[in-house]
Design a protein around this ligand. Sequence first.
Ligand SMILES: Cc1cc2nc3c(=O)[nH]c(=O)nc-3n(C[C@H](O)[C@H](O)[C@H](O)COP(=O)(O)OP(=O)(O)OC[C@H]3O[C@@H](n4cnc5c(N)ncnc54)[C@H](O)[C@@H]3O)c2cc1C
Length: 146
Amino acid sequence: MLMQKLQQERLVCAISAVSAAELMLEMTVRYCKERTAFGRPISKFQHTRFEIVEIAAEVRVGRTFLDKLIVDYMEGRSVVMDVSMAKYRITDMASRVADRCLQLFGGYGYCDECPISRAWRDIRVTRIFAGANEIMKGIVARFMCL
Ligand SMILES: Cc1cc2nc3c(=O)[nH]c(=O)nc-3n(C[C@H](O)[C@H](O)[C@H](O)COP(=O)(O)OP(=O)(O)OC[C@H]3O[C@@H](n4cnc5c(N)ncnc54)[C@H](O)[C@@H]3O)c2cc1C
């Protein structure tokens, strides 16, 4: 029963991580359009645009993988390996997203009153709880008979 319910917990962990990544992206896009430097919004700098596009693509890939996994889980398929992959992959992705978004906020991103600062700290635990990401890789390795 525990092994079965753990899949649900890990799936929920991945869902909250991808949702957090989507929110961080939204906050960052808004900020980059508002914040000006050298006479124009920082969203107009090529590096900023490319960063945002890469973050958006990472988030979209995570969400697509997860949406398929939710359907598999709801239909009662065996999802242990895919859930383990999703838990580690999506929480790692969301942590990278938090770091890249914080960088785009500059010094303000480091301040406690900035929501991205709080998001950066909060996302960190998702790689530890619901089974540490190293444990997830161990499960996948067993499924691959390694
Ligand atoms: C905010 C928060 C809320 C939590 N809520 C709950 C809860 O509601 N219910 C609950 O039961 N638990 C909860 N936990 C506990 C959580 O599940 C554990 O913290 C997590 O499973 C990691 O275990 P640990 O802290 O004992 O770390 P350890 O097992 O001591 O791990 C330390 C390090 O060693 C690595 N490691 C350990 N074993 C291996 C291995 N076999 N192979 C490779 N690396 C390994 C880990 O990946 C990690 O990097 C919560 C934890 C936090 C931080």
